[in-house]
Design a protein around this ligand. Structure first.
Ligand SMILES: [Zn+2]
Length: 662
């Protein structure tokens, strides 16, 4: 008996032991889950900073063992016991250190910052100016006209020369830091106010403590908005969006290193993994520094090092990728390769595919037009198309009036309004039989110029389509008279360049939302669902099938049927219902378009139109400027201008021709 009791006690002990062990395991797994969530939360801040989670946990535990400030001692002791060996390995890692000859400028005073950055910016502007002058002193741009110089030139990439290190001098390492727990909770969608902005050249790193300054220094703004200066970093579109939310400044020329890495065969979705794979450098992505108070006036030396390395190494990574790209080229001496490499990625939103939902549930992409993949266009658009016929129309006095399509030639000739004067396959020319009202596009170089049937961005003649500089979702609300005379703002692009442009609209939409005071999020839903109707409609379907004997063998309980009947009668507000009632309930769509819903684009355009012609011009000009800055077209007609007037007094269509004919 005693023995039995003993065994029982033992077994009880064993059971306790077992319980204890399982409790321990459960706690352990919960803790690791919490840890993962913590990291995920941080990852949401930096969308594609997706280093392996285990890696981050390990680094966290290294920190926790060395820091007494962490209060989750259970967590750290657990992690330590398990990751001890791992830690030893980690401790032996030779962490990357910033080379001693790199100058780090920590700037917390606005005036000082402005001075230092202005010097940097002026040196870059000088290099841009110099790039335009050929070795023999002849101006590279001497052939282009004055008008194109005035508007487009300040937005287009400079030439890459030896003096500017093949253009690498125009590459700026870029990063921004902000803290999780701070007082800035005001900006929609992006609750963090930027505390620090880091810029880095090959030799100098600028740490701009923006949280210590009343406003953004002018020279910093100039650098950020200058599209000729390429800013490189990881998850850079997130940084740009946060800077926009905080300061209403659109950072131009942003290029994410991850897609550049994919193009040049380097793996890695975060800065740490890229640094390792590209430069064989281990950078310490220590969470304690990463999440520390960046808005503090006095940054610790660890913070300064961390921030400086982030910006500097991003630029170094780019440089190595560039040389890899260059060596892969058949002609490595092809001009402007730095920009050829960057062009497709400028200001495009790039996200590493993660199965995560937006934290506030309202993903911004849902509110915008769906971005199509270029493969969709590739399927839709025929291979080789001629979209410009370049037929010329002359007045009876032999004044060149405009360039028109073959279709229009046919229209004039078949009505006896014009004669074909030269019909060779190269170029059709017609002469009007009547004196037209006005001068047409005479004197307008853009409209008269021969237009190539190729992509104005990359020059491809394959699968080209008409691309509207003002996206269709806004353009559709423009007055007909402007739309029908805006061939200047409809350019030929290949499928790929067109799809890339779509990826760039997000920050423009954010800017427009702010500028016109029309949020992207809508107060009203597109559709209203009539819930009682949904219920009644479902019930009606079941009852209809019941009558027709289509409900199968499974009998629906009487009580349930009565309940359904009641739902239908309640909805119809009747004593009895007919089979017609059921039919009508089944066929009625419970989802109705909401009259209250006005799309963001329509609201914006209402405001734009209220401002009259000037308002429309400003709106169109914003999109033209965005096109030049982000697409950096290499084959655009030099007469195309962001300042081109939006209304042309020449109306070659019906009304004027009719007047003359009569
Ligand atoms: Zn193209």
């Amino acid at each position: 008996m005693l023995k039995v009791l003993e065994i029982y006690k033992k077994s009880k002990f064993l059971r306790f032991g077992f319980l204890f062990v399982s409790c321990f395991l459960v706690i352990r797994s919960i803790q690791s889950l919490i840890n993962k969530n913590k990291n995920k939360k941080k990852d949401n801040d930096k969308l594609n900073n997706d280093e392996p989670i285990d890696d981050i946990i390990n680094k966290e535990s290294i920190e926790s063992s060395s820091s007494s400030s962490l209060n989750n001692s259970i967590d750290s002791s657990l992690d330590n016991s398990i990751d001890e060996n791992n830690n030893k390995e980690k401790k032996n890692i030779d962490w990357f250190k910033l080379p001693s000859d790199i100058k780090v400028h920590v700037l917390s005073n606005q005036e000082e910052c402005d001075l230092v950055l202005n010097e940097y910016y002026q040196s870059l502007l000088k290099k841009i100016e110099n790039s335009k002058v050929k070795v023999d002193g002849a101006d590279v741009l001497a052939n282009t006209t004055e008008s194109s110089l005035s508007s487009n030139d300040a937005l287009l990439f400079p030439n890459c020369t030896k003096e500017n290190n093949e253009g690498l001098d125009f590459i700026i390492g870029f990063d921004a830091e902000w803290s999780n727990q701070n007082q800035y909770q005001e900006c929609e969608g992006y609750p963090h106010k930027v505390a620090l902005i880091q810029l880095s050249s090959k030799t100098d790193v600028y740490l701009i403590q923006i949280s210590q300054m009343p406003t953004i220094p002018q020279s910093l703004e100039q650098i950020l908005v200058d599209p000729r200066l390429i800013k490189v970093g990881v998850a850079i579109s997130q940084d740009a969006a946060t800077i926009f939310s905080s300061f209403s400044i659109v950072t131009k020329g942003c290029v994410d290193l991850v897609p550049i890495g994919r193009l040049t065969n380097y793996q890695g979705n975060g800065l740490a993994s890229l640094a390792l794979n590209v430069l064989n450098a281990n950078i310490d992505k220590n969470n304690l520094i990463r999440c520390s108070h960046w808005e503090n006036k006095n940054l610790t030396s660890e913070q300064v090092m961390y921030a400086a390395i982030d910006a500097w190494i991003g630029r170094e990574i780019f440089e190595t990728m560039y040389y890899t790209y260059k060596s892969s080229k058949i002609d490595p001496n092809e001009p402007d390769l730095v920009f050829t490499l960057c062009r497709p990625f400028i200001n495009t939103q790039f996200k590493v595919k993660v199965k995560s939902k937006s934290t506030n549930g309202a993903s911004t992409s849902e509110n915008g037009p769906r971005v199509k993949d270029s493969s969709i266009f590739r399927r839709m658009v025929p291979d080789n198309r001629v979209l410009y016929d370049n037929c010329l129309m002359y007045s009876p006095e032999d004044v060149l009036l405009c360039s028109i399509s073959k279709k229009k030639v046919q229209w004039y000739v078949s009505r006896g309004l014009a004669d074909i004067v030269s019909g060779d396959s190269e170029q059709i020319k017609i002469k009007l039989r009547f004196k037209p009202n006005g001068e047409g596009h005479s004197g307008d170089f853009y409209y008269l110029a021969h237009k190539e049937n190729h992509c104005v961005v990359c020059g491809s003649t394959y699968k080209i389509l008409r691309h509207s500089v003002v996206p269709h979702c806004y353009r559709q609300y423009l007055p007909e008279e402007i739309k029908s005379h805006s061939s200047h703002d409809v350019l030929l692009l290949c499928c790929d360049c067109h799809a890339t442009m779509e990826k760039r609209s997000h920050i423009m939409r954010m800017m427009i939302a702010k500028q016109y005071g029309v949020p992207l999020e809508n107060d009203h839903k597109v559709y209203i669902t009539n819930s009682p109707l949904v219920k009644a409609s479902k019930a009606a379907l079941v009852l209809k099938k019941q009558i027709e004997g289509k409900n199968g063998k499974g009998q629906i309980p009487d009580s349930k049927l009565q309940e359904m009947k009641k739902e239908i009668l309640d909805y119809l507000n009747k004593e009895e219902y007919t089979t017609e009632d059921l039919d009508s309930l089944v066929s009625t769509n419970p989802k109705q378009r909401n009259d209250q819903y006005v799309p963001h684009e329509k609201k914006v355009m209402e405001k734009v139109l209220e401002l009259g012609e000037k308002g429309i011009f400003d709106f169109v000009r914003t999109w033209r400027k965005n096109f030049i800055e982000t697409a950096q077209p290499k084959h655009l007609n030099p007469h195309w201008s962001i300042d081109k007037e939006i209304l042309n007094d020449y109306k070659p269509k019906d009304q004027k021709v009719k007047q003359i004919k009569l």
